[in-house]
Write a protein that binds this ligand. Structure first.
Ligand SMILES: NC(=O)c1ccc[n+]([C@@H]2O[C@H](COP(=O)([O-])OP(=O)(O)OC[C@H]3O[C@@H](n4cnc5c(N)ncnc54)[C@H](OP(=O)(O)O)[C@@H]3O)[C@@H](O)[C@H]2O)c1
Length: 320
């Protein structure tokens, strides 16, 4: 059996997820099926999903130890530079699918096995670090704005909790699509940075100068009431996460009187990932990267994400 270095969860800690993170040797991936291939990882990125896994949310105890990580870019067995689409068919899962690191080992390792159909060519103009940011956070934001939010029908967009990976992606993409973008953040320094991305930055809960056609909501309980208040008649409030709690205060009168659409979404399709890659390559759009860490400092990268101080994506360089 060949071994490789990896970052993995060997137990859960709901309060201190960093204490459940292990970095060490794990067996190289085995192919669960004939159509799977092993990719040598060149870059990966962290997502809040990895912290949820360490807390025991979305990862079953009987799957431990589990290599973490949803996102990666690397080199396939034929030497092609590829991005990994992170969702795999999984008949045993109630959703019929799972995300890498839920039922199959994730990307925070030297190598990861995926179905060959999940390999997407890396556009030449984008770096491994750039494309490693796209498959989860950026794909989620892209689908929230386009397929779900129908942003082409809107003039203005509100993004809640602007410092996060999904949120910075939503700001950059909505600005690139020509929308007026408002973004909330609890942190004054993050508000300054989101303004540099082309958004009008406001404090959480602030009254906007106009109502918006699309709200990008990943914060949850702390911001949802503001999301509804900021929505124009017929607006789409698109929800893909609830970092600050799953049970917001909900004014149903506002929902029906303003004919709002509250839409849940998760990740995106392979076609949407291909569209996103093309959009980034064609328009010169680059992910907002908070920091790049060598893989040898993966614990520091997790601590950075867990601190809540991030602005954009935390990336791991597996070659450094
Ligand atoms: N369903 C899906 O497919 C999918 C995909 C990706 C992510 N998600 C979910 O979406 C959420 C965001 O993911 P991410 O990777 O972008 O996370 P992240 O990079 O860790 O960002 C989280 C952001 O949420 C805001 N926030 C956190 N706690 C808050 C609080 N108490 N009050 C107000 N704002 C708070 C912060 O914004 P400020 O500091 O700027 O205020 C922070 O920047 C997570 O819950 C994740 O699980 C879901």
């Amino acid at each position: 059996m060949r071994i490789m270095r990896a970052a993995y969860a060997s137990r859960f800690d709901a309060d201190n997820p960093l204490t459940a993170l292990e970095v060490g040797e794990r067996p190289e991936p085995e192919h669960p099926g004939p159509d799977w291939v092993t990719v040598r990882v060149r870059a990966s990125s962290l997502n809040h999903h990895d912290l949820w896994s360490l807390r025991g949310v979305g990862l079953a105890p009987d799957r431990l130890p589990m290599i973490l990580g949803c996102d990666a870019a690397g080199v396939d067995p034929d030497g092609n530079e590829v991005v990994l689409y992170p969702i795999v068919a999984d008949p045993g899962d109630p959703r019929g699918v799972s995300i890498l690191s839920e039922n199959h080992p994730g990307t925070l390792a030297e190598r990861v096995a995926v179905p060959a159909a999940n390999l997407v060519p890396k556009p030449a103009g984008l770096s491994f670090a750039d494309v490693a940011c796209l498959p989860t956070a950026w794909l989620t934001a892209y689908r929230m704005l386009t397929t779900k939010g129908r942003v082409d029908e809107a003039d203005a967009v509100l993004v809640q909790g602007a410092g996060g990976g999904v949120a910075t992606a939503a700001v950059v993409l909505a600005v690139a699509l020509g929308k007026r973008v408002y973004a909330t953040s609890r942190d004054a320094a993050k508000r300054d940075r989101v303004a540099e991305l082309g958004a009008t930055a406001v404090e959480p809960g602030a009254r906007l100068p106009e109502r918006v056609g699309v709200v990008v909501e990943t914060v949850g309980a702390a911001t949802f009431e503001h999301s509804l208040k900021s929505a124009a008649p017929g607006a789409r409030v698109v929800v893909s996460g609830a970092t600050a709690g799953y049970e917001p205060k909900l004014n149903l009168r506002r929902v029906f009187a303003m004919q709002l659409e509250i839409l849940g979404t998760s990740m995106g399709t392979p076609a949407e990932l291909a569209e996103l890659l093309a959009l980034c390559a064609d328009r010169g759009i680059r992910p907002v990267v908070d920091r790049v860490y060598p893989f040898s400092r993966v614990e520091e990268a997790f601590a950075r994400l867990n601190s809540g101080a991030v602005f954009g994506k935390v990336v791991l360089d597996h070659d450094a």
